[in-house]
Ligand binder design. Sequence first.
Ligand SMILES: Cc1cc2nc3c(=O)[nH]c(=O)nc-3n(C[C@H](O)[C@H](O)[C@H](O)COP(=O)(O)OP(=O)(O)OC[C@H]3O[C@@H](n4cnc5c(N)ncnc54)[C@H](O)[C@@H]3O)c2cc1C
Ligand code: FES
Length: 264
Amino acid sequence: MLEQTVQIVSNERDTDSYFRLVLRAPQIAPLIQPGQFAHVRILPLKDALLRRPFSIFQVAGDTFSILYKNVGKGTDALSRMRTGEELSVIAPLGHGFTVPQAGGETPLLVAGGYGMAAMFLLAQRSPQKGIVFVGGRRRVDILCEKEFAALGWEVRATTEDGSHGEKGLVTQPLFSEIQISKFKIQNYKLFACGPTPMLKAIGKIAEDFNLPCELSMDEHMCCGVGTCLACVIPVKAGDSWEYQRTCTEGPVFDARQILWEIPK
Ligand SMILES: Cc1cc2nc3c(=O)[nH]c(=O)nc-3n(C[C@H](O)[C@H](O)[C@H](O)COP(=O)(O)OP(=O)(O)OC[C@H]3O[C@@H](n4cnc5c(N)ncnc54)[C@H](O)[C@@H]3O)c2cc1C
Ligand code: FES
């Protein structure tokens, strides 16, 4: 993990309110593992001390990129930054995904909206290809379909308004695929990133079908490096439970570990 001031190579709109930011970071780029994140200080912001966490989307040569949605003050300021301007980043952070092995379980990747950003590197570095399920509210929320297909993955899109792919929630085609696979000799492993209700539903599917599953949890963060405890979630610990930090023990957790409600 390094803290560095890095330069913007490009910062371009993808679809609607989504942007792709490429940063030159020759020392950070080679360290990055799939599912890790960068904690970004947006220097033009008045309260620039508060960093924002973003999954590391792609790595190419001495650069890495972020795929972000403009949702508020920080991301709006970020969207107005230009090539050559600087950001402060701490990266790579967190515990990422386990990269599938050749000949092992077939990976099923599930992403909602910008959750897709956490999945690309995993798909790229996995020798075992599988299916990517991408979901969003509208067509513009479906990101990187062609890029995943170019990596040799089958892509199935779902939109809630039916404007692209199958109409409904991303968990529906995932459930159907697993249900059908009961009649085939097929071992699946699930990997997911997206809104918490989606992750909870996927964790339930994995539990019902007794499938291994890794979930990247989206919790609000402050320090990003394990000191403030703003990002804790309850997880099982033997016969009991404990809090773990999403920024250091996560963001990726084994779904079987996660407690979706704090025990009374
Ligand atoms: C590990 C991790 C990885 C992430 N990866 C990405 C990514 O790849 N691309 C991306 O676009 N975003 C990602 N996020 C979410 C991103 O950090 C927030 O969208 C960002 O911090 C919002 O900053 P803001 O100042 O623009 O929004 P604010 O003005 O602070 O808030 C605007 C709205 O966004 C909501 N928001 C703030 N933080 C989060 C969060 N963590 N999750 C959900 N909603 C939030 C607020 O509740 C509010 O409704 C990630 C978050 C985590 C924890
Ligand atoms: S954000 Fe501070 S401990 Fe995780």
